[in-house]
Design a protein around this ligand. Structure first.
Ligand code: HEC
Ligand code: HEC
Ligand code: HEC
Length: 351
């Protein structure tokens, strides 16, 4: 790849000066260190219903999509404008043209740097900012991106996401727990390469646990491919992604805050079963020992929480079954018996 960083940067600054947008600030930290400087990520087009409204200007090198890009629309654009060099399959025909099915290559790349490369041209590749609109370039970026994954992987990734991530990140990826990332915002995810995401997921970040010992490497890559679909529509004419709805396993009746624990607080079997549920479903947020993890989580080992739990366990039951604040509802996942088992376990965490 060519080292054109400085000239591109200056060119963009000069053009932007005329419009009066402060886009010449040094790139934010966390941007990829590739040969192409991605200009300041000020969005200049509006994403309907996703981003706050921003002034509309058509300025290819800096723009973010005005609507979620579509791999299927990108396919038509690709066949007409790109296939002659990159091959109908995306595996590269012209010397130096990239192979978009090469995972080693693709996992180090970002949609934002692809956008800039296509808009500006690179090496033998012409600039497309005069022939394609910004949205068309985004469509082609995500068609090319889609070549590095497939429907089966995306479906698997979705299942992993729903089981492990949705409780904090929300089923729609927009972020449920305070401070969790918003995967639907291309300004947040567009400049992250799969390898960056892999590192974060593997090692954890802030109050997010590390997934190294909980998910296999393949599972982590699958969920990353799925994460990306929060910013584009992965459907292709010939390869339909069946996105499975989160299927409730049980559904409980409305809870009664006055109800008493039907189990005895000393029931060892219940405590042990409750501990298994706790470690699988609750420890991520409440801490391994129950003393608190995410912001706002109570310290279950404190005398105060223990008094509350033993005096009116129905309130705690309702918190679990209906959810409270950033905590999701468990009425679809845990039976009534599991609710009481996990509460009996919590009751055994006396200080
Ligand atoms: C005339 C041939 C040609 C055409 C047409 C062409 N490309 Fe390229 N493309 C190349 C070559 C050669 C490279 C490698 C450039 C380099 O880094 O030297 C490349 C690189 C790329 C890259 C990688 C950029 C990077 O930063 O690594 C992307 C993405 C890409 N092309 C997408 C497209 C898309 C999408 C289209 C159609 C809208 C397209 N190309 C049309 C030849 C072409
Ligand atoms: C216990 C709640 C919780 C769960 C469960 C969780 N996350 Fe997170 N995640 C967070 C929080 C909070 C952050 C923000 C961390 C920070 O910035 O300090 C975060 C950040 C991230 C980021 C970083 C995004 C960026 O901008 O760099 C990625 C990627 C991510 N999570 C993926 C996942 C995946 C994949 C899963 C499921 C395998 C998952 N998370 C499960 C709470 C969670
Ligand atoms: C995604 C993170 C998350 C998960 C998973 C989670 N919780 Fe919570 N939980 C919270 C947060 C945050 C609060 C504090 C809510 C508030 O008050 O705003 C809370 C509150 C509670 C309360 C209410 C305490 C009170 O004082 O009213 C109980 C009980 C509770 N959680 C039990 C559980 C159990 C049992 C599980 C597992 C089955 C669980 N939680 C799973 C985040 C979570």
């Amino acid at each position: 790849m060519e080292k054109r960083k400085s000239t591109i940067g200056i060119g963009i600054c000069l053009m932007v000066l005329g419009i009066g947008v402060a886009a010449c600030a040094p790139p934010k930290t966390g941007l990829p260190q590739g040969p192409t400087a991605i200009p300041t990520l000020a969005p200049i087009t509006e994403i309907v219903g996703q981003l706050e409204s921003t002034p509309t200007q058509s300025f290819a090198h800096l723009s973010y999509p005005a609507r979620p890009p579509s791999a299927q629309s990108g396919q038509g654009i690709y066949d007409t404008n790109c296939a002659q060099c990159h091959g109908a399959d995306g595996n590269g025909v012209v010397p130096a043209a990239r192979n978009f099915r090469d995972l080693d290559y693709m996992r180090g790349e970002t949609p934002a740097s692809f956008f800039t490369a296509i808009a500006e041209g690179r090496g033998e590749m012409p600039a497309f900012d005069n022939t394609l609109t910004s949205d068309e370039i985004w469509d082609s970026v995500f068609y090319v991106w889609r070549l590095s994954t497939n429907a089966e992987t995306l479906t698997q990734g979705q299942q992993i996401f729903n089981e492990n991530c949705a409780s904090c990140h929300g089923g729609d990826g927009a972020g449920l727990v305070l401070g969790s990332a918003d995967f639907t915002d291309p300004r947040q995810t567009g400049s992250l390469a799969p390898r960056d995401l892999y590192q974060t997921i593997t090692q954890g970040l802030g109050s997010m646990p590390a997934w190294q010992s909980r998910l296999s490497q393949d599972e982590r890559w699958d969920v990353i491919d799925y994460l990306r679909t929060f910013t584009y529509d992965p459907a292709l004419a010939e390869e339909v992604v069946t996105v499975a709805p989160q299927t409730p396993t049980t559904t409980l009746d409305a809870c009664d805050p006055e109800q008493e624990n039907p189990l005895t607080w000393e029931d060892r079997t219940a405590i042990e079963a409750g501990q298994v549920t706790y470690e699988a479903q609750c420890a991520l947020c409440h801490g391994q020992d129950g003393s608190g993890g995410l912001p706002n989580t109570p310290d279950f080992t404190s005398g105060e929480a223990q008094d509350k739990l033993h005096e009116s366990p129905g309130n705690f039951y309702c918190a679990i079954s209906e959810g409270v604040g950033a905590m999701p509802s468990f009425s679809n996942q845990l039976s009534q018996e599991s609710h009481w088992q996990v509460l009996t376990y919590l009751g055994s965490l006396a200080p």
